[in-house]
Every structure is written in C-alpha cells, then in structure tokens.
Design a protein around this ligand. Structure first.
Ligand SMILES: [Zn+2]
Length: 437
C-alpha cells in the first residue's frame, strides 16, 4: 500500500535546522520513501506506472505534517485516578493513590490504559513509554491500537518476598513475551519504580535482569527533595552516586524528573548514556520544583518530554509540555532566548526517540518509519502562517491534530479513530470506574 500526501506543509530538517516547506511525501508500507519539494519533480515520480498501483492520495493543503510526538514517561492506567488527588504534594499524593492502585485488576488496567491511548492518539502522540503493572494487558492494547511503545513493569518493594519474586518474574515475562513484538513497535525496559521505593538489594536484582537482556533502565529519579534526603540519610550518597554505585549508569538509562540534582550529579550523568524525561506539568502541579533542564542541555544530556500520569498532570498532551517548558524557563530565568520553538519540538520528537533508544523515528526523512501527524492549520489561531514552527509551540494544542500514522498505518483520519472503538472504550471505562469508586 502506498500513500501520497500532496502539497502539505512539512516540518523537515535541512542543514541540521528545522524548517517548514511545501512538499509531497510518500509512505510505502511502514516507511517514508520519498519527500519531494518541487511539484515538477513530484509529477515525474508520480508516473503512470505508479497510478496503476493501489495508491491512497491525500490532499495535504492547510495541514502541517510533523513527526509524531513522543511521550517518554507516563502511566496509562492512571486515567482512572484523574482528579482523585489534586492539589497535594507527591508524598501525600502517594498516600491517596497507592491503596486504590493495589486493588486494580487486569480488566481495569485494560480499559483505563486504552482510554489514555485514545487521548494520546487524539493529541498527536505516536509513541510512549509506560510504567505500571499488568503490563501484558497494556501490551495487548498497544498491539490493537497500532501505537509504538516502550513498556516497563514498574517494581515497588513494600511487599512479601514471594510477591517481590512474582513481580521480578513478571519483569522477565514482559520482555520475553513482548520485546520486539507487534511488528517491532513494542520494546521494553527494566524499571525499578524509584530509588526510595525499591531496596538496594532489589535494585541490584533489577540491574542484573537488565544486564541479562541487554535492556535500558528506567526509573523515577530525584523528583522531590524528600527523595534526595532519604537516599542521603540512608546511604550517605547523592541519588546520582547511588545509581553509579549500583551499576545503573553502566547501561543505557532513562531517568524521569531529575528535578533536585546538583552540578556534581549533572557532570556524572553527562559522562554516561543517560536521557532525562522532563515532566514539567506534573512537577509544577505537585509543587515538586523545576528541573535544571538548561544545565542538562548545556552538558549535552539528552532531554525528552513526559506527561507523567493523568492523575498528576491531568492531561496527556505533549503540546502542553512543549509550551510549558518554553514559557516557564524564559520567565523564571529572565531570558526570552531560552528554549526557542525549534528546541522544544526536537525535545518532543527526535530527543524522545533517543530517550527510548529507538532508531528511525522522531523525524520526517526518507528511510524513517512513517510515524507522523497532521495539524489543521486552517484555524484562526494559526493565521497568518508567518511562522508555523513557532505556532506549533505557542499557538497549537493537541486538539488541533487531525491525522495520525504509526509505522505507516493510519490510526486517526480527520479526527476519526480507525483502530479503536471509542464509544466502547468510554463505556467500558465507565463500567470499570464504577467498580472502584
Ligand atoms: Zn511517573
């Protein structure tokens, strides 16, 4: 199957700079096979021979096509807990959330996760990292939905030895059963929930599993000052030196948050294959603080965006994270040149791919996987189209996304979902919600 998008505005990279250009793009199977700017050249490509084939031709006028957004840290089943514990600190939030989470079963996880997947597709996310339990249910949802994902069975200690052994068994089973599956759209990482919710011994066991399967490690890291104080009190080390001591930084690593870390920590992280998932809305809503993102970038540490869960955000819209980051750091650092639109778009796309250790996604180029979205720019808040790159960050929201493709397959067309029955999903979500609340 070949899809041709004609005369759209495309967000492309030229001489390492993001640009918007009128172009025509061809998708064959799961790849972008051609991007042609000149209509004459395109007409040559679009020969009579190719007309004989089954070709899906799309009029791209009034749409801006860009790489699908990448959400590098979330917990999809927590849509059930949206609005359940607002306006409290992270530690107090856990006190509300954990007792309910302990009761959730596979049926609840499935429909809550699918609702989040719907929300993400509708707002232009094509790839996400999910940390939770009952991950087999989530993997099946992802397979059905056609999304690209990195799945992590998050491990929290606070349980009996038998329960912990069972959790570690699930970590292994998730990787054995799903890593590289769903036409290669699913990968896995090993995920101690955080440095304060697993013991030193459990962290060692998880690092050994990561070594055994050659997988990256993902964890919540230095999210609030209490996390840092606890590690310093128990082990007389900063969280970063604690990671170093346990061999976590010897592997590829994705750290969520990294809000409360100092210059020594940043220097250590910069010497290893570490990415940061920056979750500005969640950090702000929980009053956790603002991560030293300019300092990370200065040291060439890769930074991507996460929404964290809809229980602490309370939305899963990566456009929101782009805008929040750009505006916040400009304001608080008194520097309007910080985080220009091109930089935050990179953080939401190509940096997200690097953070999930994925190749061939995160940009529109020939040979890349066809993970792309279309934004409807024929709306008042996009005119006069004088700077569409800036519009994507300062004017757009997820609600402006109209078309979504992942791995060459269209998941949303003119806002209609093609792989998920939204009415059934909402109906089942409501049924599940009533079982718990
Ligand atoms: Zn999280």
């Amino acid at each position: 199957m070949k899809t041709i998008i004609k005369n759209g505005q495309f967000l492309l990279r030229e001489n390492d700079e993001l640009i918007v250009s009128t172009a025509n793009l061809i998708i064959e199977n799961n790849m972008i096979t051609s991007i042609v700017k000149s209509s004459d050249d395109f007409n040559d490509l679009f020969s009579e021979e190719s007309l004989i084939e089954k070709v899906n031709v799309i009029d791209g006028r009034n749409k801006l096509y860009m790489p699908g957004l990448i959400n590098a840290h979330t917990h999809t089943p927590m849509s059930l807990l949206r609005g359940y514990a607002d306006d409290v600190s992270l530690r107090e939030w856990f006190e509300h959330i954990w007792p309910i989470e302990a009761k959730l079963d596979g049926d609840a996880i499935k429909w809550a996760s699918l609702l989040s997947i719907v929300e993400m597709i509708q707002s232009g996310t094509t790839c996400f990292l999910d940390m939770y339990d009952h991950m087999e249910q989530i993997a099946e949802c992802v397979d059905l939905a056609g999304m690209r994902t990195c799945l992590c069975r998050g491990v929290i200690d606070f349980c009996s030895k038998q329960e912990l052994d069972a959790k570690l068994q699930e970590v292994r089973a998730l990787t054995v059963n799903w890593h590289g599956k769903a036409e290669g759209r699913i990968s896995t990482m090993i995920a101690p929930h955080s440095l304060t919710t697993v013991t030193s011994e459990t962290l060692n066991r998880l690092v050994r599993i990561a070594d055994e399967f050659s997988l990256p490690i993902h964890t919540h890291f230095a999210e609030v000052t209490a996390d840092v104080a606890e590690i310093k009190h128990k082990y007389k080390l900063s969280p970063t030196r604690y990671l170093l001591q346990h061999g976590v930084l010897n592997r590829k690593c994705l750290l969520a948050h990294a809000v409360h870390i100092d210059e020594d920590d940043i220097n250590i992280l910069s010497e290893h294959d570490v990415s940061i998932a920056h979750n500005p809305s969640s950090n702000l809503k929980l009053g956790s603080g603002m991560a030293p993102i300019p300092e990370f970038l200065e040291k060439n540490i890769n930074v991507a965006f996460g929404t964290d869960s809809s229980a602490s955000n309370n939305r899963l819209d990566v456009f929101t994270e782009m805008r929040a980051t750009s505006l916040l750091y400009k304001g608080f650092k008194h520097d309007p040149e910080l985080f220009p639109a091109t930089q935050v778009i990179d953080m939401a796309t190509i940096n997200g791919a690097r953070a999930l250790f994925l190749e061939d996604v995160g940009e529109l180029r020939v040979g890349a996987r066809a993970d792309l979205i279309a934004v409807n720019i024929d709306q008042p808040h996009f005119y006069p189209h004088s700077n569409l790159i800036s519009s994507l960050v300062y004017s757009a929201s997820g609600a402006d996304v109209v078309d979504v493709w992942v791995d060459g397959r269209q998941l949303m067309k003119n806002k209609e979902l093609l792989t998920i029955d939204i009415d059934k999903t909402v109906h089942e979500f409501k049924r599940v919600y009533k079982r718990f609340f």
